[in-house]
Design a binder for this molecule. Structure first.
Ligand code: AVJ
Length: 319
């Protein structure tokens, strides 16, 4: 097996410290919130993979269609010799990109999960032994330093995960991505699009209840990591379209008044009957809005591609 480089810039205890801070801050304020990054323990990642195969959850299929149809244009427009992928490249999305980027020399997957990175790197090197892989264990929302690799770079942030960031966070994130890019580098961004409310809500509240299990799983993460005594079934899954913010909100609603103890934080958290804990926003975009947010970060939208049903978009932008 050809070796690959693995660099950790995330301190070993960063995840634990961040979870403690997020739970303390998020559950001590009104309305209560938790950041969606905590969904993705092993069980949560498994449930998300299941979500991507659900009939109601169109984003993965829609993005795959664009990637396959437009791979040649993406490669021609970027001319990339290095692909940097924010968020683990374990998924097949990466393969469609790598297939298209004929001159590629280096692949730089970036993720907080070492196991996801190792899995992605080993799988890709089996298929592409000529590729140079340099994986980064890092939180890409906390500023990145990329390894020296041949340019130009294509930075890919796919899946619509940009939508999990609140507008102010997106502005900071896009500026940090812009600072990574040199002239000639490009950003490939996946964004889910505004559409009928019932289509959007169904994608986050599937009939099989997989998304409900995914949502409740964050309570099990807090129980396991911080010794809390959440009973996930005490909370009902809620998916709601926020027309003002143009985002889907996932929430967990307490079925009755209850109290949760979190001994690791010396915290007792009361919930009134019907009180909701917001666990995720998933923003939906319009072309002009994306163009404006990229421009505010110093990026110029050069290409906008949507799937045949106008559900999802990939955009390529330059500095
Ligand atoms: C992986 C963040 C893009 O927001 O659609 C799927 C996560 N949440 N179902 C999304 C998710 C509920 C997904 N992203």
């Amino acid at each position: 097996m050809k070796p690959f480089l693995l660099t950790r810039t995330l301190p070993e205890d960063a995840t634990d410290a961040a979870l403690r801070a997020d739970v303390l801050h998020g559950l001590s304020r009104r309305p209560k919130t938790l950041p969606p990054k905590w969904f993705y323990d092993a069980r949560g990642s498994e449930l998300f993979e299941e979500i991507t195969r659900l009939p109601e959850y169109y984003p993965t299929r829609a993005e795959r269609e664009i990637l396959i149809d437009r791979a040649g244009e993406i490669a021609a427009a970027s001319g990339a010799r290095t692909l940097v992928e924010l968020g683990s490249g374990s998924s097949e999305k990466t393969r469609h990109l790598l297939d298209a980027l004929a001159d590629l020399h280096s692949y730089v997957p970036v993720d907080v999960s070492e196991s996801a990175l190792r899995g992605a790197a080993e799988a890709l090197l089996k298929e592409r032994p000529g590729l140079s892989v340099h994986a980064l264990i890092a939180d890409f929302t906390a500023g990145l330093t990329l390894p020296e690799t041949p340019g130009p770079r294509l930075v890919a942030f796919l899946g619509g995960t940009l939508g999990n960031l609140l507008p102010a966070e997106r502005s900071v994130f896009l500026k940090s991505v812009r600072d990574l890019l040199a002239p000639g580098d490009t950003l490939l961004l996946g964004t889910d699009l505004v559409k009928d409310e019932e289509v959007l809500v169904a994608a986050y509240d599937d009939a099989a209840g997989v998304t409900a299990a995914f949502n409740r799983n964050v309570l099990s993460v807090v129980d396991r990591e911080l010794g809390a005594d959440f009973v996930p079934e005490d909370f009902a899954h809620v998916a709601r379209w926020n027309p003002r913010e143009e985002w889907i909100e996932m929430r967990l609603r307490a079925r009755r008044s209850l109290t949760v103890k979190i001994p690791e934080l010396d915290l007792v958290v009361p919930f009134e009957a019907g009180e909701e804990l917001r666990t995720e926003v998933s923003a939906k975009f319009r072309e002009d809005g994306v163009r404006g947010e990229l421009a505010a970060a110093g990026l110029r939208l050069a290409h906008w591609w949507t799937d045949s049903e106008d559900r999802f978009a990939l955009s390529l932008s330059t500095v």
